[in-house]
Design a protein around this ligand. Structure first.
Ligand SMILES: [Zn+2]
Length: 206
């Protein structure tokens, strides 16, 4: 009788296969790798996952993952508090921060509208954004969604949410423009492209 795969190994492979971009073959390869390396190395991965999940929460102001609340960016008194850059994901925030030219604050939507993938407006924290944009400090909301179909749809939802809290046209609404290639992803742009896109932002409304 041929021996079956041990139950715990099956369970490990099943968990790995749930990760984005990991198919059954990769899951099997990774699981066997984790069994082969020194036990301490494999458990360090488990510990890192546990620590990150326990310590990291969304910042109550910008929704970026952070170990402190507010996060270091929102707590930084030298940042321009009149300016709010709205991004799709925390990875976009990391890209803009590494570019180093932006000195305002952020709001991370957490997702992008994608009707084909069943992601509707309920996946975006538009109520949180509206509450944030209503704050008297905020003079401008700049939309930094990606320049593609889903990003454009998401931008429209952002405009609608912010318009709902505007008083005498404040905060004004702008969108990143120049520099970002159509279909490009903010996450993968270099520093100068992001700086150009911000400098060239346009007003969304008349
Ligand atoms: Zn924050």
């Amino acid at each position: 009788m041929v021996s079956k795969t041990p139950e715990s190994l099956e369970a490990l492979m099943a968990q790995l296969e749930r990760l984005p971009g990991i198919g059954p073959r990769s899951a099997s390869r990774l699981a066997h790798h984790l069994l082969r390396v020194p036990e301490a190395d494999a458990l360090a991965l488990a510990d890192a996952i546990r620590a990150a999940r326990e310590r990291i929460r969304p910042c109550s102001l910008c929704r970026a993952p952070s170990e402190s609340d507010p996060c270091p960016v929102c707590a930084d008194a030298t940042r321009d508090r009149t300016l709010l850059l709205v991004l799709e994901t925390p990875r976009d925030l990391t890209a803009v921060e590494s570019a180093g030219s932006y000195r305002g604050l952020y709001f991370v939507l957490g997702a992008r509208l994608s009707p084909l993938e069943g992601v509707d407006a309920t996946a975006l924290d538009l109520a949180g954004l509206a509450a944030r944009a209503r704050h008297t400090d905020v003079a401008e909301v700049c939309i930094g969604t990606n320049p593609d179909l889903e990003g454009d749809g998401t931008a429209l939802a952002v405009v609608e949410a912010v318009r709902g809290v505007q008083v005498d046209g404040r905060p004004r609404i702008t969108r990143l423009a120049r520099g970002l290639p159509t279909g490009g992803q903010i996450e993968y742009q270099n520093a100068s492209v992001i700086a150009d896109a911000f400098d060239g932002r346009r007003r969304v409304e008349g």
